[in-house]
Design a protein around this ligand. Structure first.
Ligand SMILES: Nc1ncnc2c1ncn2[C@@H]1O[C@H](COP(=O)(O)OP(=O)(O)O)[C@@H](O)[C@H]1O
Ligand SMILES: N[C@@H](CC(=O)OP(=O)(O)O)C(=O)O
Length: 392
């Protein structure tokens, strides 16, 4: 197998842990696998270096300083591998065979990087390259960084460009867990998770794999997360399934919008559960839900709207805090799910400004960690779809 193994800061946090990392790589090499290693800075060295820059430093100087974390760890890991009789070499920006390059805009230069990675691929049979994560080289040869958590991006990108069988992310948790094991008790490994699910989690705190790295996940690239104490690179942990897709999706069927009003119901514990349960008891699927101080809004398929209205009316009659229910038909929803969508300040504006210019009224706009759902009148759906396509 061809494997990219990425060791996060926590998995390289001490000499002991570096020894463990080297053991696991040496075992995989001895079993006949081709391994490329991506290393982060040891422990929280990146934060420590950044904290010490108390002076006014240029971007170039900051990148040079912060790069010392990864530059140190590749030397440590390379030396630990050499001491185990493994033929290893370290690569950092400036090395002759350095693979990761950016263009003038600071984005990955996919073509040039692929060309260099192809050269790297030819050496994998004989040598284990230990590559600094997080760092890149710009066209002028300066060091640049790929943003915090950028080692995951380095690993996933190399995995894709090397056509690796698997990228293994070695970290301080057993894998993706049912909750943050540092916070909740009894968290257990989920075993497998889709890339879409993981993106929602990693944008909102569970940064087991940095969200921007997941854009490189395609169907043929295996991705697994393992604990650094696990020891075996080639088994266990959580596997990430499926492929990342940048989607603009319009629901085929028209939706109806049901609004329930009630005085200050947002302050009433349990109201959302109570009203939603009446719909679930009637077997009605909720497409989307939004809440305000005095209202709850449910979107359901128009084919079940009449039944939903009757159900919600029963709830209104039974509950004194609710005053009335009303329905609006002929609604369309267009959903945008994008790679870096949540990380782009102004992304909502880039969607709503052109819609306003076209005179399209937005009925509702509901965002999640990784997507934006735009609700408009059914008659406006084609024009909305065209405008959204123009933006992405
Ligand atoms: N649901 C979850 N499953 C696993 N880890 C989680 C979850 N939610 C939050 N985390 C946290 O994510 C952290 C892993 O990310 P990170 O500290 O960036 O690792 P590394 O330094 O190895 O890159 C874990 O230490 C854990 O506390
Ligand atoms: N060292 C860099 C890059 C990185 O990915 O680190 P880690 O894998 O430890 O999250 C950072 O702290 O941002």
């Amino acid at each position: 197998m061809r494997v990219v193994a990425k060791f996060g800061g926590t998995s390289l946090g001490s000499g002991d842990r570096i020894e463990r990392a080297a053991d696991s790589v040496a075992d995989a090499v001895a079993a006949g696998h081709d391994i490329a290693v991506v290393a982060s800075a040891m422990g929280s060295q990146t934060d420590e270096l950044l904290d010490e820059i108390s002076f006014d430093a240029s971007d170039e100087d900051r990148a040079e300083i912060v790069s010392m974390g990864e530059r140190t760890s590749v030397r440590m890991l390379k030396a630990a591998l050499t001491s185990r009789g493994v033929d290893a070499t370290f690569l950092e920006p400036g090395s002759e065979d350095w693979p990761v390059v950016t263009n003038e805009r600071g984005e990955i230069d996919a073509e040039e990087t692929q060309r260099r990675v192809d050269r790297l691929a030819e050496t994998l049979d004989d040598t284990v390259p230990v590559i600094t994560g997080f760092l890149a080289e710009d066209p002028a040869g300066n060091v640049t960084t790929l943003g915090r958590g950028g080692s995951d991006t380095t690993a996933m990108m190399l995995g894709k460009y090397l056509e690796a069988d698997e990228v293994v992310i070695v970290t301080d948790v057993e894998g993706v867990m049912t909750g943050d094991p540092r916070v909740v008790e009894g968290a257990r490994n989920v075993g497998s998770i889709t890339v879409d699910e993981l993106r929602n989690l990693s944008f909102r705190g569970a940064e087991v794999i940095a969200p921007s790295a997941l854009v490189y996940k395609d169907e043929s690239l295996g991705v697994r997360v393992v604990h650094y104490q696990h020891g075996d690179l080639l088994s266990g942990g959580t596997s990430v399934e499926g492929s990342f897709e940048h989607l603009i999706d319009m629901e085929e069927a028209p939706l109806s919008c049901l609004t329930i009003a009630g005085r200050a119901i947002r302050n009433r514990p349990g109201i959302l559960a109570e009203v939603s349960e009446t719909l679930s008891d009637a077997g009605i699927n909720i497409d989307a839900v939004a809440s305000g101080m005095d209202s709850l809004t449910y979107y359901v398929e128009t084919s079940v709207a009449e039944e939903a209205e009757a159900t919600l009316h029963d709830a209104v009659v039974e509950d004194e805090s609710l005053s009335s229910v009303t329905v609006e038909d002929e609604i369309a929803v267009i959903r945008v799910t994008g790679g870096e969508l949540p990380n782009q300040p102004g992304v909502i504006r880039s969607l709503v400004d052109p819609l306003a210019e076209a005179g399209i009224n937005i009925h509702d706009l509901i965002t999640s960690a990784t997507s934006v759902a735009i609700f408009v009148a059914w008659a406006d759906r084609e024009e909305t779809l065209d405008i959204v396509h123009e933006q992405f």
